[in-house]
Write a protein of this length. Structure first.
Length: 257
């Protein structure tokens, strides 16, 4: 495994769920972190915790990734010591609702497309420029099994994740012949705030997603992210697709526990 000590790792959606777990696991490796999320207090709390526990340097950016002009300025606006991003983890993303396509909320469509697709493409563009100039780097995009397991009520969310996987594959083509690695991580049912957000605070609906199974955890997925990042330089993990053990697809889940 390659060392990540003193590398600079930018993580979006770092205040909770998979992003936060990835920040914690990367901090253990001695990497320095740029933590991006909307919730300033949570970021501040995470920054203090990780700096104290691991003696690393962190920089926080409070930003709503739907704000595309600000996303474009994110990397150029970083302090000098954090400019040279070695690993970009495009983790921020969400699902809103599970209505059939004919009933999709128009505002929800925009939030999902802007956060899951547009901001990821813009941030990748900005990070890739510097990585190409330095001829090193790794771009890790959090996709989902929903990229290929499409289900009723998932028209926009599954569409955005199909975008993430296709974008990631195209990017790998664009960067072939450089030392930059490109990876997708495609989890199944992970218990985070994901379903609370999707069902807009309906706790019963959120809990039902993970009932009767032992879901994946944010730490399980962070472990996959760190795995991809720590492979020897000649190894490029293309995609890690994982399900919970009692899950065979987005919709085939044996709720027997
Ligand atoms: C989350 C997995 O199956 O709820 O990305 O779409 S699923």
């Amino acid at each position: 495994a390659v060392s990540l000590a003193n590398k600079i790792i930018l993580i979006t959606g770092a205040s909770s769920g998979i992003g936060r777990a990835a920040a914690e696991q990367f901090a253990e490796t001695g990497a320095n972190l740029i933590l991006v999320a909307r919730r300033a207090e949570r970021l501040q709390e995470l920054k203090s915790k990780l700096e104290t526990a691991f003696g690393i340097k962190t920089h926080t950016v409070t930003l709503d990734l739907q704000d595309i002009p600000k996303v474009e300025k994110l990397i150029p606006g970083l302090p000098a010591a954090f400019q040279e991003v070695d690993i970009l983890v495009n983790n921020a993303g969400l699902a809103l609702g599970k209505a059939p396509a004919q009933d999709n909320d128009v505002a929800d469509i925009s939030v999902m497309l802007d956060t899951n697709c547009k901001s990821l493409a813009v941030l990748t563009k900005c990070a890739a420029k510097g990585m190409i100039a330095r001829n090193r780097g790794h771009i890790i995009n959090i996709s989902s099994i929903a990229a290929s397991d499409h289900y009723a009520g998932g028209s926009i969310y599954c569409g955005t994740k199909a975008f993430v996987t296709a974008f990631t594959d195209s990017l790998r083509h664009d960067l072939v012949g450089t030392n930059i690695r490109v990876t997708a991580i495609s989890p199944g049912a992970v218990q985070t705030e994901f379903s609370n957000i999707r069902f807009k605070g309906n706790q019963e609906a959120a809990d039902a997603v993970y009932s009767g199974i032992q879901p994946l955890t944010a730490d399980d997925i962070a472990d996959q992210i760190v795995y991809a990042a720590t492979r020897p330089a000649n190894v490029q993990i293309a995609d890690i697709i994982s399900y919970a053990t009692y899950q065979a697809s987005g919709t085939n889940i044996a709720r027997v526990l």
